[in-house]
Design a protein around this ligand. Structure first.
Ligand SMILES: *[C@@H]1O[C@H](CO)[C@@H](O)[C@H](O)[C@H]1NC(C)=O
Ligand SMILES: *[C@@H]1O[C@H](CO)[C@@H](O)[C@H](O)[C@H]1NC(C)=O
Ligand SMILES: *[C@@H]1O[C@H](CO)[C@@H](O)[C@H](O)[C@H]1NC(C)=O
Ligand SMILES: *[C@@H]1O[C@H](CO)[C@@H](O)[C@H](O)[C@H]1NC(C)=O
Ligand SMILES: *[C@@H]1O[C@H](CO)[C@@H](O)[C@H](O)[C@H]1NC(C)=O
Ligand SMILES: *[C@@H]1O[C@H](CO)[C@@H](O)[C@H](O)[C@H]1NC(C)=O
Ligand SMILES: *[C@@H]1O[C@H](CO)[C@@H](O)[C@H](O)[C@H]1NC(C)=O
Length: 304
């Protein structure tokens, strides 16, 4: 009896292993120091908090799925903002603002839904604070879109086969990435919304764009075992957004079937040779010496 249960358990776990489901206890996401003596605008912060340590602030940011944060360590030499104007007018102006309109004065941990791009347009010089991002220094690539609390994506409007699209995402020199993962409501919704917005402004519009889901009869274990850009099986995830009549798995799609996102937030299968626009997802850099470098681009301070 117990032997049978053990056997069932073993089969179950080897199957999960073969599906390459993401594990719960993967290494925690790393926030990288990007700018010292500055903080990013916190108008759209997920939350403003006061925490005892940087580690506590990062932990909170992970819980709230923040992509960046400002933190003021509060050391003796960083108690005052050396960049602050101490004029009478400034003080009067500040008195009229609410606590939440002056996050730098009242909270030492600001959890942000998106990181800054290379223009760093939202930075404020404030010697009490440092700015951290899950993505490290921003890449000098245009057309990067942030989906709040989800991640950074690049939309390629030039049509390409699925294989070429995969290579473009994984072999880009500006970022490390893969075709976008879509197996959640927020991801499918946000990325299809981008297509809708694009179509509002551009003719011809984009009605199908490749995302990271591929069925390949020589590597998939069973029907509907679509794999994302990390080779994780769709069977690991609960969310589905198949268009009516999809997935289609017969005919020319019997051996390989690739998935495209529609502006209405559904997924359609089609032949992988079909040239289509596509969406790459930018990966978060691991904690290595390479991203210990601070950003010294636009608006940076040399010292504070
Ligand atoms: C950076 O973001 C701002 C808005 O936050 C946008 O106006 C600007 O075009 C972006 N710059 C780049 C290089 O993506
Ligand atoms: C960026 O997107 C615009 C439209 O949003 C497009 O016209 C342009 O070609 C894109 N640039 C790159 C480098 O993909
Ligand atoms: C794939 O990329 C190669 C080399 O860049 C190019 O010659 C070919 O036309 C591309 N194919 C498609 C379908 O985009
Ligand atoms: C990857 O990019 C490099 C240079 O950017 C290029 O030489 C190489 O051919 C590319 N590899 C593939 C498989 O596309
Ligand atoms: C399916 O997998 C095989 C073996 O790994 C590979 O040669 C083939 O290119 C894949 N097909 C597609 C459409 O990715
Ligand atoms: C699928 O692959 C098999 C074996 O490689 C081949 O005989 C068959 O023609 C392929 N079917 C299609 C629709 O490409
Ligand atoms: C911060 O101060 C430096 C000079 O120390 C200045 O060059 C930079 O533009 C300032 N940045 C912002 C965002 O005000």
């Amino acid at each position: 009896m117990w032997g049978l249960l053990l056997l069932i358990h073993l089969i179950h776990s080897t199957e999960l292993h073969a599906l390459r489901c993401p594990t719960e206890n993967a290494a925690p996401l790393q926030f990288h120091l990007v700018r010292q003596c500055q903080r990013a605008a916190a108008d759209e912060a997920l939350s403003l908090e006061s925490t005892a340590t940087l580690a506590d602030c990062m932990k909170l940011a992970r819980q709230q799925r923040g992509l960046a944060l400002n933190y003021a360590p509060g050391d003796q030499e960083r108690r005052r903002n050396r960049f602050a104007q101490h004029s009478r007018r400034e003080k009067d102006a500040r008195r009229r603002l609410s606590v939440f309109e002056q996050p730098g004065e009242f909270f030492n941990c600001h959890i942000l839904q998106c990181p800054q791009n290379t223009s760093f347009a939202g930075m404020v010089n404030d010697s009490r604070f440092d700015y951290y991002s899950l993505y490290g220094r921003p890449t000098a690539l245009h057309n990067i879109s942030c989906v709040p609390q989800v991640g950074l994506f690049v939309f390629y409007t030039q049509p390409s086969s699925y294989l070429n699209a995969t290579l473009t995402c994984t072999n880009a020199s500006e970022f490390s990435g893969s075709l976008a993962h879509v197996a959640s409501e927020e991801r499918t919704y946000a990325l299809s919304h981008w297509l809708l917005e694009y179509n509002r402004q551009s003719k011809p519009g984009i009605f199908l764009a490749y995302i990271g889901l591929l069925y390949n009869s020589s590597t998939s274990l069973q029907a509907l075992d679509f794999r994302n850009g990390q080779q994780e099986s769709l069977l690991c995830f609960l969310y589905r957004a198949w268009h009516v009549g999809h997935p289609r798995l017969g005919g020319i799609q019997a051996n390989a079937s690739c998935v495209a996102l529609t502006p209405s937030g559904t997924w359609q299968t089609l032949g992988c040779e079909h040239p289509l626009p596509f969406i790459c997802e930018i990966h978060r850099p691991p904690n290595s010496h390479l991203n210990k470098q601070l950003d010294t681009g636009a608006n940076a301070v040399d010292m504070c």
